[in-house]
Design a binder for this molecule. Structure first.
Ligand code: ADP
Ligand code: ZN
Ligand code: ZN
Length: 708
């Protein structure tokens, strides 16, 4: 509602009612916001938890629960159209319009039309069907023979497509075992004892989605509703299509690609209970789904669930866990490569662990792809300087020869990712950021991947004027050029944000590859995200080492997840799959276990390292970052914050806490601003951090997904 606040008018939210006031003089509410927005008590609790846990203002947390567009700025007003209706209170309308004039005849016609059509029509239709003007309606209104009504109209983002209805599949033995405890939890009953929370750790293609669908169907049978979170809507059209086909007309999709109006309308319809299932990326967890009985988080390990760029910096999976606890909804987390923290919690009994170790298909069980690890150091010694090892090249030729498709993964975009002077060693870097520049073939320019600033490709070294400029490092365009040279007849498609700037463009590339309009798809991290192309028999990882040396305690976990997920794209239908991982570190544990599809093996080693250093799950982490155009102020602010924290730790007697830094962030300068960070490690850090005053320029990130 709108309330006076000092000399201003601001929007307020009623969280609770009280019989007494804390202030002497109260002022009146100016007006309620229309149409009214009602937030359930559980969601108010959820917002208060978010504000407390993620150290954000309560209003920002509550705003997550409001219809899209109402958090900041002007609220999205609902769209109405006007209806005319017979005024039944006026009794028999028949004949009263007859006044003998020409206008009277039209008035009678309007009344007749309304009677014939159920008493109610949009004004526009009445005017066009009777061929009269607004004065006729006005006259009838004056006589109180009709009334005007507003009806809210909804912009329907799904009106565009039809889906063929599909039926549930017969579960395999493995799926049956996995399904049984989930079914029991959803059916509930007086004797049921939790936890009603599950972690399904199922290899890629093991039929997890099929279990989600069954869980939703059972939830609906129990008269309840569900929310399903997916990491990124653009890349998960395949999963949403399956939901539409199974539950036609009962699925709402919400995501930021919808127009503000569409989002608003979806929100209103969901709150009225019009959909059994809401599906969407992280913000879908805040959908006002009534009678919530099930929350699914697909690919629970994905970073995309964390809102890192603005407050509140929440993690949708962790919010989902909280919401399930508050509402009593059953929780299903699914992934082939669990977050180490999630797996740890499952082993501790917080979630029930369900494993699916076999791939399924309509043709029965499928083997997982056979993964080979190639030591690129050996290739080098053998005189092979190409970015393709002999094995990968041979396998590409074999796959293409059998008319199968190939996916190649490389972590960077561009043609050369490092440009250096061969004479003096000068490295071309961004003037506004501390990162190096990448050469892009199409624009023939040097691009900063951090701020998107571009520079002309220099012919001479700015430091020593030498013309010996070296273009080093491999990007998607390098791989593309090499493929065109080595596999001249193959159709090649590049799948990165240069080739596809929008979600729509991504969908188009996915469609093209699915229709086999190309043989080889070259892409970045996007390739790792749940794509399902039956024609792909081979996946190649050009360089598995790129993430290994980053100063982030999760770098092994990320590498493992990425390799498993990318390799998992191969051999998903009748053709057996193969993956070739190229690396200079073939003995590294994340690579070794990924090649064997051995999550528990990886976990066992990783958890030892986490324990030794006190990293999550053994402690929480909060990252404090400050940025400033002046390096000196930046340093000063960081030092002063560190001192404050140290003092508070001493005063409050918090021995288990550790500070790392202050130190320059991995990217020490971004868009012209220097960045320093302090990492706080320990338990229940909120107690300490809540009491601190954060001057402008500070960002506080609880449970950050990246340390860079
Ligand atoms: P995941 O979500 O674990 O990647 P999916 O549920 O997408 O696995 O299943 C992989 C493939 O196997 C899909 O094409 C799906 O239609 C098929 N599939 C899943 N379960 C069965 C089943 N019980 N019988 C036949 N095919 C199945
Ligand atoms: Zn030089
Ligand atoms: Zn830059």
């Amino acid at each position: 509602m709108l309330v006076p606040f000092g000399a201003r008018v601001v929007r307020g939210i009623v969280l609770s009612l009280s019989n007494s006031t804390a202030v002497q003089d109260t002022r009146d509410i100016i007006e309620p916001i229309s149409p009214p927005v009602i937030i359930s008590p559980e969601r108010i609790d959820l917002a208060l938890w978010i504000a407390d846990y993620y150290l954000s203002p309560v209003f920002d947390a509550i705003a997550l629960m409001l219809p899209p567009g109402s958090g900041t700025g002007k609220p999205q007003k609902a769209k109405y159209i006007k209806y005319v209706a017979l005024n039944t209170a006026a009794g028999q309308a028949d004949g009263r319009g007859k006044t003998g004039t020409a206008g009277g005849a039209k008035q009678a016609e309007v009344l007749k039309l309304l009677e014939a059509t159920g008493g109610r029509l949009p004004v526009g239709q009445v005017l066009s069907r009777v061929k009269c003007g607004g004065s006729v309606i006005k006259a009838l209104l004056l006589k109180k023979l009709i009334i005007l009504e507003d009806e809210e109209v909804f912009r329907d983002p799904l009106a565009r497509r039809d889906f063929a209805l599909e039926f549930p599949l017969q579960f395999t033995a493995g799926q049956k075992d996995a399904w049984q405890p989930v079914e029991t939890a959803i059916k509930g009953g007086p004797d049921y004892r939790g936890p009603g929370a599950f972690l399904i750790n199922g290899v890629t293609g093991s039929g997890k989605t099929e279990i989600y669908l069954a869980a939703l169907a059972e939830t609906i049978r129990q008269g309840k509703r569900g929310i399903c979170l997916v990491p990124e809507i653009a890349l998960t059209q395949q999963i949403t299509d399956r939901f539409f086909a199974r539950f036609p007309g009962r699925v709402a999709v919400i995501h930021s690609k919808l127009s503000a109006g569409e989002q608003y309308d979806e929100w209103r319809r969901i709150s009225r209970g019009e959909f059994d299932i809401v599906i969407g990326p992280r913000s879908a967890i805040f959908a006002p789904q009534p009678e919530l009985g099930l929350i699914i988080v697909d690919e629970e390990h994905e970073w995309a669930y964390k809102q890192s760029d603005k407050m509140p910096r929440y993690h949708a999976r962790d919010v989902a866990i909280r919401l399930a606890a508050l509402t009593g909804a059953v929780l299903v987390l699914g992934t082939a490569t669990p977050d180490v923290v999630t797996y740890y919690r499952a082993l501790q009994g917080q979630y029930r662990l369900i494993e699916l170790n076999e791939r399924v298909s309509a043709q029965g069980n499928l083997p997982l792809p056979e993964v080979s690890v190639v030591n690129m150091g050996d290739e080098f010694k053998a005189g092979n300087r190409s970015i393709f090892s002999r094995l990968l090249k041979k396998q590409v030729v074999l796959s293409l020869g059998r008319d199968e498709q190939v996916m190649l993964y490389i972590n960077r975009r561009g043609l050369a990712t490092f440009i250096e002077c061969g004479n003096c060693g000068w490295v071309f870097s961004c003037r506004k950021c501390s990162g190096t520049l990448t050469y892009h073939a199409a624009s023939k320019r040097l691009v900063c991947h951090h701020c998107r600033r571009t520079y002309a490709a220099a012919a001479k070294c700015p430091a020593c004027a030498s013309v010996d400029i070296k273009y080093l490092g491999i990007g998607t365009q390098t791989v593309e050029a090499e493929c065109r040279r080595l596999f001249a007849k193959a159709g090649i498609l590049r799948f990165d944000s240069d080739a596809a700037a929008t979600a729509k463009a991504y969908s188009k590339l996915i469609d093209m590859f699915r229709k086999r309009e190309a043989d080889i798809m070259i892409g970045t991290q996007m390739l790792a995200k749940g794509l399902d192309f039956p024609g792909v028999s081979l996946v190649g990882v050009i360089n598995a080492d790129t993430g290994l040396n980053l100063p982030d305690f999760r770098s092994a976990e990320r590498t493992f997840q990425l390799l498993c997920q990318v390799a998992g794209r191969a051999g998903r239908a009748h053709v057996p799959g193969r993956a070739v991982i190229q690396t200079f570190n073939p003995g590294y544990y994340a690579i070794k276990y990924a090649a064997r599809h051995d999550y528990p093996g990886f976990y066992k080693q990783e958890i030892k390292y986490r324990a030794a250093f006190g990293y999550p799950p053994y402690n929480s982490i909060v990252r404090l970052t400050v940025s400033n155009r002046s390096q000196e102020s930046c340093n000063r602010q960081a030092r002063s914050m560190a001192n404050t924290l140290k003092q508070q730790i001493a005063i409050q007697g918090l021995p288990g806490l550790r500070l790392i830094g202050p130190a320059p962030a991995h990217l020490s300068r971004l868009r012209g601003k220097y960045q320093m960070q302090i990492i706080v490690v320990g338990q229940q850090l909120q107690g300490l951090l809540k009491g601190i005053n954060y001057p402008a320029g500070w960002i506080v990130d609880v449970d950050p997904v990246g340390m860079l």
